[in-house]
Design a protein around this ligand. Sequence first.
Ligand SMILES: [Zn+2]
Length: 290
Amino acid sequence: MKPLTLGEVTVNSVVERDGPWRAPELMYPNCDKEIAISHLKKMEPFVYDAHHNMLVITYQTFILKTPYHTILIDTCLGKDKGYGPPHDFSKQPWLDGFKRNGLRFEDIDYVFCTHLHIDHCGWNTRLIDGRWVPTFPNAKYIFSKREYETWEAETKKGSNPPGNVWLQNCQPIMEAEQAILVDDDFQLDDMVWITSTPGHSPGHVCINLQSGHRRAVFSGDVMHHALQCIEPDWSSCFCWDAHQSALTRRKLLASVADTDTLVMPAHFPSPTAGRVISKGEAYQFNFIKD
Ligand SMILES: [Zn+2]
């Protein structure tokens, strides 16, 4: 995405991977394939590869520079995690993008994870001399307590996913005393706070930003594709609780519809940010012009 300015805050993103990724009928098990394709063909060409019938899905980290802090939201897949296909793509673009933003790992004050799935907490850590250590040595990492504790329990039960995701990306942060486990009403300061948006994962949260009259919400995986504004009841195959995920999505969409709030979902391709408008019982995502 192109850098945005909201009041006193600048927002940019670092892309780890971009492009056609998954067929709509595989992504949304309860969708009607023909209806999905008919919607997609009417949408912006950059969200759907019609030739291969694939949704375009981006993996990216948001960078917020506020007057107080430099903040990352969601940290993609990360490097050296041992993932097989399709997650074994090069992670160098993320490192290059991070540098292009003029940042060093030491510069990050806070890392927020909307949730603790494989593609949202990867760069939390990196492998140094055989040990997972926090990538950002001066950062506090803000995790939803409910999210962290659920994946800790699931991992200890031996149930996957996310399996080694918690062991590699979360536990080392806690051991380094850089994790802050927060309740659902956590507020960092007068500009940044979280809201509870469970369903896609047990303790999924959105990160809200306000500066002056400008507002934005970083909505993580409440929706993976703009198609879900048109069909809010279609939950992804990756959702922890598909029914709750749909309820949460409708609630979020209703709260931002027909307002000036910019919505920045983790997986929407550039220009990523947009506004939601209501269309009867459903919605439409209007990307800002790049
Ligand atoms: Zn995701």
